[in-house]
Ligand binder design. Structure first.
Ligand code: NAI
Length: 258
């Protein structure tokens, strides 16, 4: 049985993944704002450093895997928070955990992206590049140009940046070369508190109008199954892949984009 760090383990898909892993007999170290082993605020550098260190301490310097599910939806007025949690809350923790993941020999990482990276029209490339260059103030200025409509662009650019970061890491000597498989899960509309918040804050129409060929909404418990699969030996040959779990929305909008 392994030891796994799961951020965002108090709610939604992170919670479902943590429960699924525990059900299989693994040890899970949850990281979140509340109700988990490691209470931390991933929106600040200090919070991220403390979370990373406490997890390493609890894991004894060896991690079989990590799931980065902590995240915030795009709501007006919190572009900076979205960038800090969705991008730096993944990258800083994984960088800190890399030696512990390498120590396990054959470890796996699941990063939560989003199908918004392909569904949002004109995700600002400059914001994505600024995040990858660790220039959050610049990324904020770029999305700020969208004025009151900046929230979806802040969200999609944070998710595109983290997806690109994960794909770069996945194929590098420091990660792939150390036996660490990094992959990205890109959910669509999944029924979680994050989605409820989006709807309550005025996104009802865009959620309801989104094309979902298979219909309905995804179930967080099913996403937990996917996470467990992506951490299992069956996923040994999966590296740098972006798995869209979205009822067909990405295929609908990008049918022939391959
Ligand atoms: P959720 O809101 O149910 O869970 C997210 C968790 O992240 C919460 O427990 C929250 O406390 C934690 N979190 C937020 N800010 C934090 C901070 N500063 N420090 C520590 N923890 C923090 O959301 P859900 O839907 O389960 O989302 C999981 C991931 O999936 C997120 O990264 C989200 O962006 C992504 N996603 C969600 C979709 C959806 O439709 N629900 C669609 C596409 C992607």
């Amino acid at each position: 049985m392994g030891t796994y760090a799961v951020t965002g383990a108090a709610s939604g898909m992170g919670k479902a993944a943590a429960e699924r892993l525990r059900g299989d007999g693994h040890s899970v170290i949850g990281v979140d704002l509340r109700n988990v082993e490691v209470i931390a605020d991933l929106s600040t550098p200090q919070g991220r450093a403390a979370a990373a260190a406490e997890v390493l301490d609890r894991a004894g310097g060896r991690l079989d895997g990590a799931v980065c599910a902590a995240g915030l939806g795009g709501i007006p007025g919190r572009d900076s928070l979205v960038q800090q949690v969705n991008y730096f809350g993944v990258v800083d923790l994984l960088e800190a955990w890399r030696p512990a993941l390498a120590a396990a020999g054959n470890s796996k990482v699941v990063v939560f992206g989003s199908n918004s990276v392909t569904l949002t029209p004109m995700v600002p490339e400059k914001a994505v590049r600024a995040l990858l260059d660790r220039k959050p103030a610049k990324a904020l200025r770029v999305v700020g140009r969208f004025g009151k409509r900046s929230a979806p662009f802040a969200y999609a650019s944070s998710k595109l940046a983290v997806t690109r970061w994960a794909r770069r890491a996945a194929i590098s000597p420091q990660w792939a070369g150390a036996g660490i498989r990094v992959n990205i899960l890109a959910p669509g509309i999944i029924a979680t508190p994050l989605l409820d918040e989006q709807i309550a804050r005025g996104e009802k129409a865009s959620v309801e109008q989104l094309a979902v060929p298979i219909g309905g909404r995804g179930n967080p418990k099913d996403v937990g199954e996917w996470v467990a699969f992506m951490l299992s030996p069956a996923a040994d040959f999966l590296c740098g892949s972006v798995i869209f779990l979205d009822g067909g929305s990405d295929a609908y909008f990008r049918t022939d984009d391959w």
